[in-house]
Write a protein that binds this ligand. Structure first.
Ligand code: NAD
Length: 277
């Protein structure tokens, strides 16, 4: 992996989970990191961990749907570090009340829909809007990484707003890559499947992990570090010829036919693992 020495990154949702792992991995590869989270104390703890590892890191506490705060944070990053190279839009509307209210299309309130869209789509759009001119005027290039989800690809009985927002984020990714590629901006995404963050392990029904495990190709659950490794790759010059793509990181759950498990009926010799049935 090429170093990110001298590069400056802004990452959202850094207080915990995947965002924390991305901030620390970028820092471990040499970048200076500006972390943003609605949980300012948590973001500061992540920044402190990055500093303890020898990196330069600062944190801000604000809602990514707040355009003025996002503009100020990007201007502050340039004032503090002299440049901006990387933006990672990772925060999502993870508030428990919003997640509980995100049901099917009939039951979901407009308040829930608007909040999910504000954080998951408006937030990344605002960050791109302010970061791209800052990247071009200081570094002369930039790499944007948007954290989507495999929920963008499938229908589900719940999470109508979340799924639509993550599909919109993939469309935003392609639009930014298209409009600003010639100017030196790369824009890619990552669509994780289930990742065992501390919150996911705490909040999700254990049956959910079992369902996912039986429907992936790899008999393992993803970790935040595995997503962070792809984000750091996309941020780096190793991915200099990669743009407009969203990388699925899901242990192969999206790679097979929906009736994959039924293949055990036709080819029992290939499925000696009882857990698949
Ligand atoms: N964990 C998974 O299984 C999984 C699967 C697919 C996609 N993802 C995506 O990965 C990303 C990170 O997910 P995670 O599981 O690490 O989440 P998480 O809940 O552990 O962390 C989310 C972070 O975002 C912050 N946040 C919430 N609303 C915010 C706002 N309005 N402004 C600023 N910060 C805000 C939270 O405080 C928190 O620190 C999200 O985009 C999510 O959609 C996660």
């Amino acid at each position: 992996m090429r170093t990110l020495d001298g590069r400056v990154a802004i990452v959202t949702g850094t207080a915990q989970g995947i965002g924390r792992a991305i901030a620390l991995d970028l820092a471990a590869h040499g970048a200076s990191v500006v972390g943003v989270d609605i949980d300012g104390d948590g973001a500061e703890q992540t920044a402190a961990a990055a500093r303890a590892g020898g990196a330069d890191a600062v944190a801000h506490g604000f809602d990514v749907a707040d355009g003025d705060a996002m503009r100020d944070a990007i201007e502050g990053a340039v004032a503090r570090f002299g440049r901006l190279d990387v933006l990672c839009n990772n925060a999502y509307a993870s508030d428990a009340a919003v997640l509980a209210g995100d049901q099917d299309v009939v039951q979901t309130s407009m308040e829930t829909w608007d909040r999910v869209m504000a954080v998951n789509v408006r937030g990344p759009m605002l960050a791109c809007k302010y970061a791209i001119p800052a990247m071009l005027s200081t570094a002369g290039h930039g790499s944007i990484v948007n954290i989507s989800s495999t929920s963008a690809y499938f229908g589900d009985v719940v999470f109508v707003a979340y799924s639509a927002s993550k599909a919109a984020l993939q469309a935003l990714t392609r639009s930014v890559a298209t409009s600003h590629g010639r100017r030196g901006i790369r824009c890619n995404g990552i669509a994780p499947g289930l990742v065992a963050t501390p919150d996911a392990q705490k909040n999700l029904d254990p049956t959910m992990f079992d369902v996912y495990r039986r429907n992936r190709l790899l008999d393992t659950v993803g970790t935040p570090d595995q997503v962070a490794a792809i984000a750091t790759y996309l941020a780096s010059d190793d991915a200099a010829y990669v743009t407009g793509q969203t990388f699925v990181v899901d242990g192969g759950a999206c790679a097979h036919q929906p009736w994959y498990r039924d293949a055990a009926l036709l080819h029992p010799e290939l499925f000696d693992d009882d857990s698949i049935r």
